[in-house]
Design a protein around this ligand. Sequence first.
Ligand code: SF4
Ligand code: FE
Length: 506
Amino acid sequence: MNTSNTPQTPLPKQETAAARWARFTPIKTGEDYLNSLRGRAIKLYLFGKLETSPVDNPLIRPSMNALRQTYDLAIEDPELATAHSPLINARVNRFLHIVESPADLVMKNKMQRRMGQLTGTCFQRCAGLDTISVMHSITYDIDQKHGTPYHARFLDFLKKAQAHNVIIGAGMTDPKGDRSKRPHEQVDPDMFLHVTGRNEQGIFVTGAKAHMTGGLNSHWIFVMPTMNLTPEDREYAVVGAVPADAEGMTYIYGRQSCDTRALEGGSIDVGNAEFGGQETLVLFDNVFIPFEHVFMDGEYEFAQDMVARFTSYHRASYVCKTGLGDVMVGAAAAVAEYNGVESVSHIRDKLVEMTHLNETIYSSGIASSHEARQLPSGIFMNDSMLANVCKHNVTRFPYEIARLAQDIAGGLMVTLPSEQDFASAEIGPLLEKYLRGRGDIPTETRVRMLRLIENMTLGRNAVGYLTESMHGAGSPQAQRIQIQRQMNVEQKKWYARRLAGIQQVD
Ligand code: SF4
Ligand code: FE
């Protein structure tokens, strides 16, 4: 059964699809969502130890709060954060809605910006949303060619996902091992997740998924290929939905800069006490997937298209960072006020520059959605060129926005004493006195805003605002390759030759 290097362990439980769904009750509120994460049999490692109550761990909880907000927003602003699903003839959370028009994509982007404004971090639900749109069209296309039953299976899964209002995580990035080798050429076959066995009920998969945004906070994880595949990679061409607490799975929590400040007990030095992102490494040891939840099984030639469609959706989803950019502009402007320099011309100009960069990101993403085109399965997909331009902007502009915010904030942002020093009976009053800016602004107000800028540019949420902006949904070079592929330079040369009066025009 096990063709991999993973140590032999007893095969995990082979649950039916019905048994898997039976553990979920429909979720309505953010509180329901938090409760749905309690009591799961999840094997999670944090700081080298098993963590059995992640919901109540102060280091982990902010990441769950960010997802909780996706439920609360649906109640507070249903126009923005829900949509009518013809699949179950009911309104569903927009994070589970299939894209029926370019307008749906535009609304998705508006919701993402709003979520970024409300949380100041990565709210972890978009990769799953983009995955379901991809799977709608890819399962349709595979069925057209091979006569497989994937599309109907997928729709059946999606109806249940919508009715239960679950979080779907996207398990796409394999560890990849030696980058010069294809999956089947790797010395260790587990460097890409692959099928290790099958029986009459389903398949078994082994491997790992890295940088899994919100992995632990999801109810279901879609495993899917991370790159184009060849006939020899057939066992790697697998897509399936796995409950996040399926047997055989292990989570290892990713550290984030300054994350242990959350364990200090205060609410100031963390910068953003309520919200944070989450990345996990997820290991799969012969995890069983019943056929009802298998949506690709060997059709390697569709892996490339699947990845390309995912990136078209997901690279435009990175307008999420404009919501964080709004927070950055607001924080920088507020600190300038607290310092009494809000009317100084270079400060105003820097805020204009930050806003210009932020809106440039937004305009490329929203344009990509407006220019969406219809796929054979009937749903719409973002314009690929503009989505890649959006994500490429995101790999650069937040860094400049962050630089300008730090410029305006001043060095105090990184030399501030601790929250405990401010609370000290002896030195607290002196810190109050000497670290005050404008007389009418409490020192704590100034400190809180500086800590927020620190959080988003150096601390825990710099993961979401900066490094994830660089590497999430593909690193900068991945977008440059796509832009190069689509830039149609021959056509552009033709335009130039024609206007220059050069004879050879065709
Ligand atoms: Fe959503 Fe942005 Fe986080 Fe990706 S990085 S999951 S698009 S919030
Ligand atoms: Fe991401």
